[in-house]
Design a protein around this ligand. Sequence first.
Ligand code: SF4
Ligand code: F3S
Ligand code: FES
Length: 250
Amino acid sequence: MAEQHIPKNTHTTPPMRVKVKILRYNPETDKKPHWETYPVEAQPSDRVLDVLNYIKWYVEPSLTFRRSCGHGICGSDAMMIAGRNRLACKALLRDVVKDGGTLTIEPIRGLKVEKDLLTDMEPFFDAYKAIMPYFINESPPPAGERLQSPEQAERMAHSSNCILCACCTTSCPIFWVNGSYLGPAAIVQAHRFIFDSRDEATNQRLNIMNQNTGVWRCRTAYNCTEACPRDIPITTIIEEVKRAVMYQQS
Ligand code: SF4
Ligand code: F3S
Ligand code: FES
């Protein structure tokens, strides 16, 4: 019989014993999602992604979730962890559950669940595409680079940090009830180009933001700002775009 590989505990800190309660759904066999609980022993400094990998690799191979970089860069493992949207690869176990406690993990909300923690991201990326997320400048390029002053670069510094993880949009109550709202992530991306001094499509993007799927849907709920793993001041950014739209219209 093949030897089973069990990871050895080489840590000196005592492990935590927690119950990991995951909202599971298989469209081929389940009428609706249901909770399944897995007892796990792990280090307080382990990430939720490590715990999910352990369950998938050693306990329940059919558990389905998305992940790639493992280091908070690709934005692929957004999920609702302990009642709040977070990246599984950035959430440490000790920060989301007490020793002996129960940790709940659910898919992000407002998008169709394909299986377990895996959601259909197409509507999210359709909203991203709608804001024309690319540099537009028809002017002949200068001999060198298209330069910005430090002050000009600072205007788009926060919004250019977005990794398109969807933690913000899928924590927004307006998006939950009306999927046609482009959502905070798309507005952050629009901000990145609207406030780029080198871009020439400002008016086009402000017109998109002024449509009934744009910035005016935001009711300043702040969930998005609290959920952002990149600490982007999303609500402030949305307010800046609203002001830019009003300035354009005046
Ligand atoms: Fe994720 Fe923040 Fe970008 Fe929203 S603004 S998609 S939460 S990185
Ligand atoms: Fe939604 Fe954020 Fe506005 S949660 S309502 S987009 S402040
Ligand atoms: Fe890439 Fe978490 S796996 S951000």
